[in-house]
Design a protein around this ligand. Structure first.
Ligand code: S3P
Length: 427
């Protein structure tokens, strides 16, 4: 099959969450922010819903419509804050709430209620937040913020959600925060804080937030054009890399180097992706991607532990491509995939095996052996959006018969996914 056309991925999920949160905190209750290109997926709507419960005034989040956020001082919510499927909402909101003088309870759907929260609550407690667990290391949690202490912290895992929660606690609590991480995770929070002039810098390899000398730093109201999501674009790139010919242009993709490890790995595997029209949007690099299928000649590779944070959400897509590459591909130290929206590490391997591919999780490594046999079988997505999209892409191969247990989960991060797959000629 040939790939064709020009497509724009949806707004970046990580940046959309952060933009909404900072806009809601702007001006200590004054000011209007305007956000363009925000993701309309369910996760971002969860953040908007939670911020509205706290008194944020946010216009409705619709395609091709600017979202307007009137800052209003955030206050005690009347009911529990439901974060839906969104780990970013839960963990970053814990940071924001740590600096507030009221109690709030956070919960989420069944998947989110299985995900670890102590990685965030432990350092927030060290800053002085009071947190009560309902069910151990998971949601629901009740947090009462207040007067916080400065924190210097080394995160045990490279996680932008931990780092961002602590930076946001520093911001709302008006205290300094210094963070070191084993490998650099996505840096959208740092870039947005710096773009807004909010006391963020790097010192000796650490990320440092220092509040302005006047008691509490004021977040200015702002305008932002959110770039397209590299993680959503990755599925289109993957579909194009598997096609037999043609050319695909993916416009307006965020190419922040903490997010584009999949392009580095794809180049090693022999795929051809060019970046053109490189520009800046709100402190984030943006480009158009041009993908030219190489006729199926992908090669297996080894993905190192240091690369993993730069492609952590792209492992499902890369694993699917590895199943069509010559030889073995190994993803080192991807144990974090066990605590994503599903146990991605086990489910990638199990689903590939169902489709006739040799694949296995060994300790924290994922091994995938390429094959030329058409993939056939039923895939359990576990309602995980990225598993659904990755295996849907595998299903575009000639002779494939990949049946997904459900497709609705794509609405979490890429509501138009199946329409876009059709539009580029492979769906
Ligand atoms: C995200 C960080 C990553 C990523 C998630 C979004 C963010 O999670 O997997 O999809 O927006 O900060 P971790 O911080 O758990 O690695």
């Amino acid at each position: 099959m040939k790939v064709r056309g020009t497509v724009r991925p949806p707004g970046d999920k990580s940046i959309s969450h952060r933009a909404l949160m900072l806009a809601a905190l702007a001006g200590g209750g004054k000011g209007t922010s305007e956000l363009e290109g925000l993701l309309t997926g369910a996760d971002v709507k969860s953040t908007a819903r939670v911020l509205r419960q706290l008194g944020g005034e946010i216009s409705s989040i619709r395609d091709d419509t600017k979202v307007v956020v009137h800052a209003s001082r955030i206050s005690h919510p009347a009911s529990r804050l439901h974060c839906g499927n969104s780990g970013t909402t839960a963990r970053l909101m814990l940071g924001i709430l740590a600096g507030q003088k009221f109690a709030a309870t956070l919960t989420g759907d069944a998947s989110l209620r299985r995900r670890p929260m102590r990685r965030v609550t432990e350092p927030l407690r060290a800053m002085g937040a009071e947190i009560t667990e309902g069910r151990g290391d998971a949601l629901p949690l009740t947090i009462r913020g207040g007067r916080l202490r400065a924190l210097t912290y080394t995160t045990p895992v490279a996680s932008a959600q931990i780092k961002s929660a602590l930076l946001l606690a520093g911001l709302t609590g008006g205290v300094a925060v210094t963070i070191r991480e084993p490998y650099r995770s996505r840096d959208h929070t740092e870039r947005l804080l710096a773009y807004l002039g909010l006391g963020l810098h790097e010192r000796d390899g650490a990320i440092v937030y220092e509040p302005a000398p006047e008691a509490r730093a004021l977040v200015p109201a702002f305008r932002l054009a959110v770039p397209g999501d590299a993680s959503s674009a990755a599925f289109l790139v993957g579909a194009a890399a598997l096609a037999e010919g043609g050319e695909l242009v993916i416009e307006n993709v965020g190419v922040n180097p903490t997010r584009t490890g999949f392009l580095v790995v794809l180049a090693r595997m022999g795929a051809h992706v060019d970046r053109v029209n490189l520009r800046d949007a709100g402190g984030e690099p943006v480009a158009d991607l041009v993908v030219r299928p190489g006729g199926g000649a992908l090669r297996g590779t080894e993905v190192s532990a240091a690369e993993v944070p730069t492609l952590v959400d792209e492992v499902p897509m890369l694993a699917v491509l590895a199943s069509r590459a010559e030889g073995e591909t190994v993803f080192r130290e991807v144990g974090e995939l066990r605590v994503k929206e599903s146990n991605r590490l086990e489910l990638i391997a199990a689903n590939l095996r169902v489709l006739g591919v040799e694949a296995e999780a060994r300790g924290n490594d994922l091994h995938v052996c390429g094959t030329t046999r058409p993939p056939r079988g039923r895939v359990d997505t576990a309602r995980d959006h990225r598993l659904a999209m990755a295996f849907a892409v595998l299903g575009t191969l000639p002779g494939a018969d990949v049946r997904l247990s459900e497709k609705g989960s794509v609405a979490i991060s890429y509501p138009r996914f199946f329409r876009d797959l059709k539009a580029i000629g492979v769906g």
